[in-house]
Design a protein around this ligand. Structure first.
Ligand code: HEM
Ligand code: HEM
Length: 300
């Protein structure tokens, strides 16, 4: 399987060189060109660079279509993404050269700003992409995540049943911790995924402590979890204490699972959320670009 940097170094960084050649040639033409006035989008070079820019934008947007068609051939997709990233970035210079670095508060600059937002959200996405390698891993991880979620639900059921047998107050505490655990939902709620087991664990340990104080005569002794374990070992036949200990074990195990799932979800939500900027704003960019092209022909 290809390494982490396979997007950036795809085919010996072919697209990096293509992008450098394109921007290099644009820059050379810009420096060589004598616009007979201020360089701007209305000269022949301005039109040429503008057209290159517009074609690049349309091509970059086709990546969404490509992505859906070739979801199962990750290799081809990596090549496209590599080209996407380098040529997408080269747009910054190409468009600045197109405009002769004249940017004011107008529709043209609006299109340019939208383009920058798309590009910089793309940088964020690229960063995420490099940290979270392939689509395949993504699927595998979501399979183990489903399994973990099922286990969490199982533990919840068992913990509730067990707590019910101990004390209504304990039951309420466990229930509250379950309600405070929020996993799943849409991207926005996944971003706020969390595990609420700590409340229960704290209360259960306090309840244990209570029982320990009542059961032994060791008032004043600091209650560490180790002291508690010692105590439990010597009172193995105390049914309620035994049940409490089992409950703590259960919820501790759940905490491990649920925190991991919550972290995964937040991480993946962050990975997806940039696309909520990248894609819609690229459509806004396309609209603004059409406006820019049409208006520049009318007011020429
Ligand atoms: C076929 C494609 C394009 C054509 C025909 C075109 C045409 C023009 C023209 C005629 C101007 C000069 C307008 C003036 O000086 O008032 C201009 C300026 C400009 N264009 Fe384009 N353009 C194209 C693509 C793009 C693209 C892709 C972008 C970036 C998203 C862009 C952004 C700008 C900006 C920022 C200016 C400077 C506006 C100013 O003077 O404040 N253009 N364009
Ligand atoms: C104006 C320039 C750009 C446009 C119009 C554009 C547009 C798009 C579109 C339409 C997609 C498909 C997303 C989907 O359907 O899920 C996409 C994907 C992507 N873009 Fe861009 N993009 C641009 C520049 C960039 C840049 C400069 C970078 C990074 C440096 C970048 C990084 C990405 C990444 C990583 C994906 C893949 C998302 C995925 O497969 O989950 N884009 N882009």
């Amino acid at each position: 399987m290809a390494g982490h940097d396979s997007i950036l170094t795809f085919a010996k960084s072919r697209y990096l060189w293509i992008a450098l050649a394109l921007t290099g040639a644009s820059l050379a033409a810009y420096l060589w060109h004598d616009p007979g006035g201020l360089p701007n989008g209305g000269t022949w070079l301005g039109y040429t660079l503008g057209t290159i820019g517009a074609l690049l934008i349309v091509w970059l947007m086709l990546f969404g279509v490509r992505k859906r068609k070739y979801l199962d051939s990750a290799g081809t997709l990596r090549g496209w993404l590599s080209a996407h990233v380098y040529l997408g970035t080269s747009l910054i210079l190409i468009v600045l050269l197109h405009a002769g670095f004249q940017v004011g508060w107008n529709l043209h600059t609006f299109a340019f700003v939208l383009m920058l937002i798309v590009i910089f959200s793309g940088f964020f996405g690229l960063y995420a992409y490099l940290r979270y390698p392939t689509l395949m891993t993504r699927n595998r991880e979501s399979a183990t995540r489903d399994a973990m979620l099922e286990e969490v639900a199982d533990i919840d059921q068992n913990a509730l049943a067990l707590a019910d047998g101990i004390d209504p107050k304990i039951h309420a505490v466990v229930l509250r911790s379950i309600q405070n655990t929020k996993l799943g939902g849409g991207v926005w709620s996944q971003l706020r995924a969390r595990d609420g087991s700590d409340i229960a664990i704290t209360s259960l340990i306090a309840a244990m402590e209570e029982r320990r104080k009542r059961g032994t005569d060791a008032g004043g002794q600091t209650a560490t979890i180790f002291a508690m374990v010692d105590f439990l070992a010597s009172n193995a036949n105390d049914k309620q204490t035994e049940a409490l200990r089992k409950l703590i074990d259960m919820i501790t195990r759940k905490k491990g699972l649920a925190s991991k799932v919550a972290r995964d979800m937040q991480y993946q939500a962050v990975m997806e959320i940039w696309l909520y900027f990248h894609v819609p704003i690229s459509f806004a960019l396309l609209a603004a670009l059409i406006g820019h092209i049409v208006s520049s022909f009318f007011y020429w």
